[in-house]
Design a protein around this ligand. Structure first.
Ligand SMILES: Nc1ncnc2c1ncn2[C@@H]1O[C@H](COP(=O)(O)OP(=O)(O)OP(=O)(O)O)[C@@H](O)[C@H]1O
Ligand SMILES: O=c1ccn([C@@H]2O[C@H](COP(=O)(O)O)[C@@H](O)[C@H]2O)c(=O)[nH]1
Ligand SMILES: [Mg+2]
Length: 210
């Protein structure tokens, strides 16, 4: 895995010259729960770099020369979780562009394979502050994502893909949220409310950071 090694090298260089290890916040929640919307606000207020794993995969899929484009396309339509080597490489490449910054990693890690891959290659080079978890029931998530689908052009903002995505979220991602919760790392936020109300709670969580 070249990109994670590149990121580790860039990060080690930064820390060797006195910089602290980069801070990371994982942002999890169901499809359409409002992760991307809240991340944009956090960036404006707290200066993190926002990396959406889904956005990185969609950008990779759009490259005509990508050897993983077809696989990514199939997995996204099916609401399945792409193998961690691919996602972690894209994340590490993006992180290497800003080795001293703090990152909001949106929509990752989504399953046990993601956690293991991250822990093996990137985890030791960063400080994981906490996991921001947007709690939102399926009906609200689906309604929001279907509404977004009217203009997003996303191949997975349709009823069929959303049913699969929500199933994957409940069966594979919720166990990861629970795993981090047992470590005392989860900051849970009710994201059924308005964007402003949700962000008011998000701000309290970030303000409480040391
Ligand atoms: N609190 C909210 N109330 C109403 N609509 C919202 C709220 N937060 C986000 N939305 C809208 O819901 C849709 C999904 O939001 P967003 O893209 O932020 O979700 P997401 O969690 O990143 O979804 P995905 O996992 O599918 O990328 C968007 O159209 C967004 O404008
Ligand atoms: O770590 C990840 C993140 C995303 N995926 C795939 O992309 C889609 C869309 O993700 P969003 O976070 O909703 O943008 C998701 O359903 C997965 O198919 C992934 O495999 N791994
Ligand atoms: Mg999103």
């Amino acid at each position: 895995l070249i990109a994670p090694a590149t990121y580790r090298a860039a990060s080690s260089k930064a820390t060797a010259s006195g910089a602290e290890k980069p801070h990371v916040v994982f942002v999890l929640g169901g499809p359409g729960s409002g992760k991307g919307t809240q991340c944009e606000r956090i960036v404006q207020e707290f200066g993190f770099v926002h990396l959406s794993a889904g956005d990185l995969l969609r950008a990779e899929r759009a490259k005509p020369a990508s050897k993983n484009g077809e696989l990514i396309d199939k997995y996204i339509r099916e609401g399945k979780i792409v193998p961690v080597q691919i996602t972690c490489t894209l994340l590490a490449e993006a992180m290497a562009l800003n080795p001293t910054k703090s990152f909001l990693i949106d929509g990752f890690p989504r399953n046990q394979d993601n956690v293991a891959g991250w822990d093996a290659v990137v985890g030791p080079s960063v400080n994981l502050d906490f996991v921001l978890f947007f709690d939102c029931p399926e009906a609200t998530c689906v309604q929001r994502a279907l509404q977004r689908g009217l203009t997003s052009g996303r191949t997975d903002d349709n009823k069929e893909s959303l049913t699969k995505r929500f199933h994957t979220y409940e069966s594979e991602t919720m166990p990861i949220v629970n795993y981090f919760d047992r470590k005392g790392l989860v900051r849970k936020i009710d994201s059924t409310r308005s964007v402003d109300e949700v962000f008011a709670d998000v701000k309290k969580v970030f303000a409480a950071r040391k």
